[in-house]
Design a protein around this ligand. Structure first.
Ligand code: NI
Length: 200
């Protein structure tokens, strides 16, 4: 009777030990939601849009060139034109070095920003500026790839007269389409030009 009790106790300990060991192994072999540690920011990616010339383009059309990517909209009263002017001036400051860089303006207001409107709008800025628009779905996919937030402003008047809230960030992307750096809104011409030059 006494031996049997000892055996039961030992069996209990053994079972407990095996369970604990199993749990330990499970926790240590399950990969779980690990961080991707490539050191590259997850910005950029595939897109299909329409250039201000009417040409359909994808991210592949920009391979081999640095791009300065900025999302905004042509009806923007202040932020977008100011930012596009800074981009234009920074490229001017870089002189011939800027030939390696293509500035790209992607609308987040595709319902109003037609190809014709984009064509007219980009002509106000740097001569190499490319305007991109597309369907609502195409623009949404591109903005998602670049982690851009945008939303029709709540204070909209008539259905055709509204403002857009949107992130105002200029991304410098490598000729392979990978994120290099970004410039927050308010970055001056000089700082942006120097920031770009580091990568050229
Ligand atoms: Ni804007």
């Amino acid at each position: 009777m006494k031996n049997r009790l000892i055996i039961l106790i030992l069996a209990g300990f053994l079972a407990g030990g095996i369970s604990a060991l199993g749990l330990y192994m499970l926790q240590n072999t399950n990969p779980g939601p690990k961080q991707i540690s490539t050191g590259k920011a997850l910005i950029g990616g595939p897109f299909t849009l329409t250039e201000h010339t009417g040409r359909r383009v994808t991210e592949a059309d920009f391979k081999g060139r640095f791009t300065l990517v900025y999302f905004g909209y042509t009806y923007c009263p202040d932020v977008c034109p100011a930012e596009l002017q800074v981009i234009s001036a920074a490229l001017d400051q870089l002189g011939t070095k800027a030939e390696k860089v293509t500035p790209v303006f992607i609308t987040i207001d595709p319902e109003r920003d037609t190809v014709e409107l984009m064509k007219d709008y980009v002509s106000n800025f740097h001569k190499s500026l490319i305007g991109l628009t597309g369907s609502v779905k195409e623009v949404r996919a591109a903005a998602r790839a670049y982690r851009i937030y945008y939303k029709k402003s709540a204070e909209e008047g008539s259905s055709d007269d509204y403002l857009m809230d949107h992130s105002s960030i200029v991304y410098l992307m490598s000729p392979e389409g990978e994120y290099l750096t970004h410039f927050a809104y308010g970055t001056g011409v000089d700082k942006m030009a120097k920031g770009i030059a580091k990568y050229l």
